[in-house]
Unconditional design. Structure first.
Length: 448
């Protein structure tokens, strides 16, 4: 319904039926979306006065929400709440559960026909639940998108991730301030929010995925490209494939010797850390990472400290590392990650912590490659200088693309390959080659 009409088949709708109607606004953003529904001589009007904005469109979503970046489908209400009149309200005597009770709750929810006809709901892992945190929300409300997840308890939520060293404890996330740790006994009661789906590796050994607990690295051989989370460029920097970010292997103050990080890391106040720069590998866009970027490096599967891949990041020592994320509830504090175990918290900005710098590596490299390719192949890639866009993460890894409307060609990169499709190239995805085959020539052409 968008300035038009819809007609049902005769006899398809009868009195007492529930009719679902999708309404699309003619303009964006929209504050009120309305329609008139007429069945025979009966006519009724309805409106959605507070539509939910999702992914740049206005739509009213139901009791679940599928995150387009992760593929995870979430229950919008925590357990013990029900969806009623567009929000979540408490309807059960019990809204918190021990770790064992959470599993019992899953059995109930997944008994046929299940919730919304699905029987594979589960408690999220710590990495999955962390994707819901919104550090910009003041603590008067839970640090989460409260439009997508209304009336979320401003409290602690269990994850399904056990403490790998102390299996009687488990990871939890405190939505009051975004704090996450693995130091709570499973016998304590906390809230739970259920999830399903997400990206599943096609083979067990293929673990280069955004949501996986582990952050593995394998020797750089062709058969290992898909297995490894990191690309080692051999110059003291690595690309993290699930995010496309490029990281310095050494903490600030240390030096890359060619095989390891030497020296002692420096410590900085948060305000000083935010001003740090670097010219490593000739790039000047190094910066302090956000809290979520820093958390993406945590290896939750490790059975010994530090909780980071020490082949890729040697001599880390389990440092407390600053992020660029301010703590919204106290202007004198900022967020950091304790890499001894991967905990997320905040502390005074005047405290001195370690720093690891990052840059938007895959996006920068992608723009370099695309600009270079446009000059080489104008017959396919025109008009030039199209905007680079990120689309849904392919199998959990970041992917960027450009579309050339005059020729109908798309070119794209993930952290490993360069792809092309469309136009004179046809509708079969063409793997042009490895990024490492082309990037040196692109850089030499001064495309940045």
């Amino acid at each position: 319904i968008n300035g038009g009409t819809w007609t049902s088949l005769a006899g398809a709708v009868k009195n007492g039926d529930v009719v679902k109607v999708r309404v699309t606004a003619s303009t964006y953003p929209a504050t009120t979306v309305g329609a008139t529904l007429k069945i025979g001589t009966l006519e009724g009007t309805f409106s959605v006065s507070t539509p939910t904005v999702v992914g740049g469109t206005t739509s009213q979503i139901g009791e679940t929400y599928t995150d387009p970046q992760t593929g995870l489908e979430w229950k919008r209400c925590s357990e013990g709440q029900d969806w009623l009149n567009g929000t979540c309200i408490v309807t059960a005597d019990t809204t918190t559960y021990t770790f064992a009770e959470a599993n019992t709750r899953l059995t109930t929810v997944n008994t046929a026909p299940g919730f919304k006809g699905k029987t594979d709901w589960r408690v999220p892992t710590i990495r999955e639940l962390s994707t819901l945190v919104d550090y910009t929300v003041p603590n008067a409300a839970a640090k989460i998108n409260n439009t997508l997840y209304p009336n979320t308890p401003n409290a602690m939520f269990w994850t399904s991730s056990s403490n790998v060293l102390l299996p009687g404890n488990a990871w939890y996330l405190y939505f009051f301030d975004g704090y996450a740790n693995d130091n709570e006994p499973k016998t304590l009661s906390k809230h739970i929010r259920l999830v399903r789906g997400g990206y599943v590796p096609p083979v067990a050994e293929n673990s280069s995925r955004l949501l996986n607990a582990a952050r593995p690295y394998y020797a750089p051989t062709p058969e290992n490209y898909e297995k490894s989370d990191y690309i080692d460029w051999g110059s003291g920097v690595v690309t993290h494939k699930p995010t496309g970010l490029m990281w310095q292997r050494c903490l600030m103050g240390q030096t890359w010797s060619g095989t390891t990080c030497t020296g002692v890391s420096s410590a900085y106040s948060w305000d000083n850390a935010k001003t740090l720069t670097s010219t490593l590998i000739g790039q000047t866009d190094w910066r302090l990472p956000t809290q979520k970027e820093l958390l993406s490096l945590v290896d939750f599967a490790k059975t010994s400290a530090p909780a980071i891949n020490t082949t890729i990041f040697p001599n880390d020592g389990g440092s407390n590392v600053w992020s660029s994320t301010a703590f919204v509830d106290d202007s004198t504090h900022a967020m950091y990650v304790a890499l001894n175990n991967g905990a997320s918290y905040h502390q005074a900005r005047t405290n001195n912590l370690s720093v690891r710098l990052v840059r938007n590596g895959l996006l920068s490299d992608t723009n370099c490659l695309f600009n270079w390719a446009e000059r080489l192949l104008p017959e396919f890639l025109s008009p030039p200088n199209q905007a680079t866009q990120q689309i849904l993460q392919m199998e959990g890894n970041a992917i960027y693309h450009r579309h050339y409307p005059s020729t109908g060609v798309y070119i794209a990169t993930n952290s490993t390959n360069l792809y092309a499709i469309g136009g004179a190239l046809g509708n079969q995805l063409l793997t042009v080659g490895l990024i490492t085959d082309f990037l040196p020539a692109a850089i030499a052409a001064s495309c940045r």
